[in-house]
Design a protein around this ligand. Structure first.
Ligand SMILES: [Zn+2]
Length: 1182
């Protein structure tokens, strides 16, 4: 202002003042803003002018409907062939579900939760509407819907009702307006965004009989300027409500909004123009003309906006509804991208992309175009957004292998950012797995749900159990469904936990959980927020138009490659949802048993495909199909047990298919390896006088083992009967010892641990062998003794056994067990105890517990062998339970109060273990009162320890000296019938000499989960059978702490023809190993006789099987063909072994070679280009 202007201002300042001129009463003015939109004054405020025209008469809108029968979900093509009937606004449609609840079906037999209704819509547009910027069809069926063009291309989703996710408008294309008529198709589905919860409580079980009325089917002309004013006003009001009252921007926004209300008056075009001009006082002059370029200002952004749509792959709705949600939500986003060029959209879960490809191919092509244009961003790299507590390490790897492979094959990209914003806690194995799967970064936010402690970082280096780090960002906005409000943008900075090292946050916005994604109003709001920021520093600057990967690249750059960031070591334990390790026992069991079955299938099929390559092709596509089902069920509301009942009907059916197909695949491979053999189970009926040939056990683990196996005696030969050292009371079943798969006939002389059972005839029972002894007295475990050390393991005066707790969490029923459940224990007593097996190989007592309406039968057994073959290994007590569970809101556990002290207990996690406190010193310690473990939980002190092993349970705890395994819960929301009915599961109690770190607990847990595959060989003795059974395909020497997890064929081998020798593609075998105890190891990996002669090359790879370093192959007398590998603690290593026929000579283990064979070996080594017939590999035993 120059001197003359100042002079003029002064001249206009009157000498006298007769006005009242009061300062405003700010609170009242602020409250006034609430009357400008909708509500009591909607007939006169801004809402009254949002539409210039609205037509719903039959002359302009013609509707026809066809309701698909039952819960069927016909395709577009099928629906179009049907006879449609006239319909009108106000008609009601439903129901949401029917009593008939279909099981999961193949994609071709589409069914859904709610009923589906197809609409043909014909609109006639008045000619004089040509003058308007936009004409829309407004369709509100009260539920979710999808608009298609008449050719069947999905155009966009509709979300009816009056929630914040409402989106009911479809913009009539310009060409149609020119023509004057337009025809399109709508599919409406009777479920809301959050399924159909009863009484509106989100987690209540579904309302099966809800109907939806067609609230709107109108042709409308929106008053575009009025809508822009609505968005202006909304942003201003958010600034007023979100910013501190002492900021100049907050006051300015309030005075501008107030002035707008004064100026609006009749709401005609000129009033609205003036109102909008006023808003420029905050957003800047002509801000709107900049459009998407508003973000181009070079200032350093602190908030990076990315559109996202979290679609739970199943939750309050089943998988089949998700398929529709994906199409609706993503169609909407593609449409928005065309209108808002700055819009970028990140979306995870390859499974959802695959569904889109299968069910909505035209939309998949539209999405693909946007992916290739760099606007639609696949993230996460995984098959689904899986639970990360319970899947095995190998399953977590497969999530990435299947996900990354799908993205690469379909879009030519791999993801760089792992993305699990909603998983209920994250294993410390992840940093290593994420980086091993070709990714650099990790995004989550779930720890903002902690109900005890606030997680201290937003951006940090997450260091896993093995020391691998990954750059992690937990958005300070604390949500993956931000509404892109001023408050959200503000929170990105104000709630950032480590601004001292980084001041940048990711704003992940868009409606989610049930799908939806960003709305136009969010993109409009963000433009205004950025425009405001261009004028004022009171709001953090936001940018758009970037990817999540770019956001992380920026973080890395701005923090000196993470050096400025704090570190967090170990798991990201979620202090919430601790009941999910136990809810829905059948799903936990389905997961564990499927993972192990598929591991066995891959192992046996690999062997068969190499040894009998001429007659057997590795069934890659069938194995993949099984894996896809297992990976799908690991979704973060399915495996945790937090979905509605319908989801579990589907999930159990998928697990049943995996069991059926997996067992068939394994049997096929066994038939190839051991022709004329049959599996020997307790149900096997042998024909009388069948010649005894051989019983073998096939060991799919890499561990030596000694098992007590059950042999059915009906029809068994005399020779077989001599191998049996114990016979059941009814003489139908015998017990024998099997050493590494070979029956040990000398059992009587060879038995080092005679086992026996005693009773006083009433209430006192003892199971004992020469290593351990367990006493049940008056229904409780009163004593557990290490016989060799004369050491009592049960704490003085205490007893162990089953225990039940009252289980009434504060809200999230299926999710949460709350700390106060520990205050309500009821110890349960075994009744009707009887000795059912007396030894010498197995001693068992049968016991029963009655509680409420439930009956729990437990068979407690002790064998005459150690838990493993490690010298000094104690025997384990096996508990096999059959439960008829009829309780509600009760929590069943098994507990042992131990005479062992340690501040920490050990729990198996993926590829290692995690320690958690047994005390409650701090709130961080208290929070871990119920934790996830895989195959074992252990409490050890110097010299001794005890583990509980699990074959299908994941919940454990150790409070002080009381070690517990969690067995069954009974929540009633969102599944009213959770866990009701029959259950079968097992656990084991394993005392061990020495601390856990010196113990064989991980080995015993591995064996407990992987029973021997016992087979009966008919016909002639098959040398291959003997050799395969006796000599594992791989062995590890020199490092008892290194475990072999997986044997499979290479992901990129070709499998079309049985004989790969005709093909140019290499034959590869993948072996995955890890260090299980947390220390270094130098391991010699012996490559089994079946492959050794053909090993051409060995390389280490990442988890995606990309080659890394070549490993030197060694041949020596001691091991034959082997490689040496160094491990750091908990390191996972993947070996790719390439076979080439005749490239290298077969190398047999020295101990098996005669001197003639040895000289033959040296000969064949020199003449290495000889084609080695696989029969020569197996004929050496003859
Ligand atoms: Zn979720």
């Amino acid at each position: 202002m120059n001197h003359f202007q100042q002079e003029s201002a002064y001249n206009q300042y009157p000498e006298l003042n007769h006005g009242s001129g009061a300062k405003w009463i700010k609170g009242l003015t602020q409250n006034r803003l609430g009357t400008f939109l909708g509500g009591h004054f909607s007939d006169v405020n801004l809402s009254s002018v949002l539409f210039t025209h609205r037509l719903d008469n039959a002359e302009h809108v013609k509707l026809q409907v066809w309701s698909a029968p039952g819960l069927s979900k016909p395709t577009f093509e099928e629906a179009m062939k049907q006879k449609f009937r006239p319909a009108k606004k106000g008609d009601s449609f439903g129901p949401s579900c029917e009593c008939f609840r279909p099981l999961y079906t193949a994609l071709s037999e589409h069914t859904t939760t709610g009923t589906n209704h197809w609409w043909k819509v014909y609109v006639t547009i008045p000619a004089y509407w040509e003058q308007y910027e936009r004409v829309q069809f407004e369709f509100d069926p009260g539920c979710e819907a999808m608009i298609y063009d008449v050719d069947g291309t999905p155009l966009q989703g509709i979300t009816g009702g009056f929630g914040g996710d409402r989106r009911v408008e479809y913009i009539i294309p310009w060409e149609a307006r020119m023509k004057g008529t337009h025809e399109f198709i709508i599919e409406s589905s009777c479920n809301g965004m959050f399924g159909v919860p009863w009484n509106g409580d989100t987690i209540a079980p579904p309302d099966m009989n809800r109907y939806f009325a067609l609230a709107s089917a109108d042709l409308v002309v929106p008053n575009q300027e009025a809508w822009h004013l609505l968005w202006d006003f909304t942003t201003l009001r958010e600034i007023v409500d979100s910013l501190p009252g002492n900021t100049s921007l907050q006051n300015k926004a309030l005075s501008v909004a107030n002035e707008i209300m004064n100026t609006f008056k009749s709401g005609d075009a000129s009033d609205i123009q003036r109102c909008r001009k006023l808003a420029e006082g905050v957003f800047g002059e002509n801000w709107q003309s900049e459009g998407e370029y508003i973000y181009q200002d070079e200032k350093q952004a602190q908030i990076w906006g990315i559109g996202h749509c979290h679609i739970d792959t199943a939750w309050l709705w089943p998988y089949r509804v998700t398929q529709q949600k994906v199409a609706r939500s993503w169609a909407t986003q593609v449409d928005l991208m065309e209108r808002y060029p700055e819009h970028r959209f990140a979306c995870s879960q390859a499974q959802q992309y695959k569904w889109l490809k299968q069910l909505y191919p035209p939309l998949f092509e539209r999405v693909k175009e946007q992916i290739l244009a760099g606007k639609f961003h696949p993230v996460g790299g995984s098959w689904v957004e899986n639970d990360s507590n319970m899947p095995s390490g190998e399953a977590l790897i497969r999530q990435f292998v299947f996900g990354q492979k799908f993205f690469m094959e379909n879009f030519g990209v791999r993801c760089e950012t792992a993305w699990l914003p909603d998983s209920f806690g994250l294993t410390g194995a992840y940093p290593q797995l994420i980086r091993g799967a070709g990714m650099k970064y990790f995004f989550t936010q779930k720890l903002s749900w902690n109900n005890i402690n606030v997680f201290p970082h937003s951006t940090f280096n997450w260091v896993g159990i093995d020391g691998t780090q990954v750059l992690c960002h937990m958005t300070p906005v604390d949500t993956y469904t931000a509404q892109a409000s001023v408050g959200d943008v503000q929170k990105g900075l104000s709630n950032h936990k480590n601004l001292e090292s980084s001041d940048t946050s990711l704003l992940v916005f868009g409606n989610g959980d049930g799908g939806g994604g960003p709305l136009a109003k969010m993109l409009e709001n963000l433009r205004r927020i950025r425009a405001t920021n261009n004028q004022s520093r009171d709001l953090p600057p936001i940018n758009m138009g970037h990817s999540v990967d770019e956001f992380f690249d920026h973080l890395l750059e701005s923090t000196s490659s993470g050096k400025k960031l704090p570190n967090w070591h170990g798991e990201l334990y979620l202090e919430f949802h601790r009941g999910t390790y136990t809810s829905h026992g059948s799903i936990k069991k389905g997961n564990r048993h499927s993972e192990i079955l598929l591991r066995d299938v891959e192992h046996v099929a690999t062997l068969a495909s190499i040894v009998k390559s001429a007659e057997y092709a590795y069934p890659k596509s069938q194995i993949d199909e099984c894996w896809e089902k297992v990976l799908l069920n690991q979704f973060h509301d399915v495996l945790p047990g937090s979905a509605i009942g319908m989801v579990y009907e589907d999930a159990e059916k998928l697990y049943a298919e995996v069991q059926r197909d997996g067992k068939a695949l394994m049997e096929e491979a066994f038939q190839v390896l051991f022709p004329n053999s049959i599996p020997l189970t307790t149900d096997t009926k042998l024909r009388p006088n069948t010649a005894l040939n051989q019983i073998i056990g096939y060991n799919t683990t890499f561990l030596d083992r000694r098992d007590i196996v059950k042999i059915p005696l009906a029809g068994a030969s005399a020779g077989l009967k001599t191998a049996v050292a114990q016979v059941d009371a009814n003489s139908k079943l015998g017990y024998a010892i099997m050493d590494n798969g070979v029956l040990d006939a000398l059992v009587g002389d060879n038995l080092d641990l005679h086992v026996s059972a005693y009773t006083n005839g009433s209430d006192h029972f003892v199971l004992r062998n020469s290593s351990v002894q367990l006493t049940i007295s008056k229904g409780r475990i009163t004593s557990l003794i290490d016989v060799q050390l004369h050491r009592e393991l049960i704490a003085d005066g205490a007893t162990g056994g089953l225990v039940i707790f009252e289980d009434r969490p504060n809200y999230w029923d299926a999710w949460d067990v709350e700390i106060h459940h520990l205050e309500t224990p009821t110890p349960l007593e075994f009744i009707n105890v009887s000795v059912v097996a007396h030894g010498p190989l197995r001693a068992s007592v049968q016991a029963q517990v009655k509680y409420g309406q439930s009956t729990i039968n437990v068979l407690i057994s002790l064998d005459a062998v150690g838990a493993t073959v490690k010298p000094g290994s104690r025997s384990l007590f096996r508990f096999d339970a059959e439960v008829d569970w009829r309780e509600r809101h009760q929590f069943l556990k098994f507990e042992l109060p131990l005479n062992i002290h340690n501040d920490n207990a050990y729990y198996e996690t993926q590829f290692g273990y995690v320690q958690r406190p047994t005390h409650k010193n701090t709130t961080w310690d208290m929070a871990k009162f119920e934790v996830c473990g895989h195959k074992y939980a252990d409490l050890s002190e110097y010299g001794y320890g005890l583990a509980i092993l699990s074959e299908s349970k994941y919940g454990f705890s150790c409070q002080g000296n009381v070690l517990r395994i969690s067995l069954l819960r009974a929540a009633t929301a969102p599944d009213a019938e959770q866990d009701q009915g029959e259950h079968k599961f097992s656990w084991a109690v394993m005392p061990h000499k020495g601390h856990f770190l010196e113990s064989d607990v991980p080995m015993a847990a591995y064996l407990f989960n992987s029973p021997m595959h016992v087979r009966y060989l008919c016909g002639d003795k098959d040398a291959l059978a003997a050799s395969s059974a006796n000599h594992p395909s791989f062995a590890i020497h020199g490092a008892p702490n290194v475990f072999l997890e997986t044997i499979k064929r290479g992901e990129y081998d070709e499998f079309e023809t049985p004989s790969e020798s005709d093909s140019d593609s290499p034959t590869t075998i993948i072996a995955r190993l890890y260090e299980a105890f947390g220390g270094h190891a130098q391991a010699t990996i012996v490559i089994g006789d079946h492959f050794s002669g053909r090993v051409a090359k060995v390389v280490t790879t990442n988890l995606l099987e990309d080659e890394e370093e070549e490993v030197q192959i060694m041949d020596d007398e001691k091991f034959g063909t082997s490689v040496k590998l160094n491990f750091r603690g908990f390191e996972v290593k993947t070996l790719k072994i390439t076979l080439g026929d005749g490239v290298r000579a077969p190398v047999f283990r020295a101990k098996q070679l005669s001197s003639t064979q040895k000289s033959l070996k040296r000969l064949t080594k020199r003449s290495s280009w000889v084609d080695i017939d696989s029969s020569r590999l197996v004929s050496r035993d003859d």
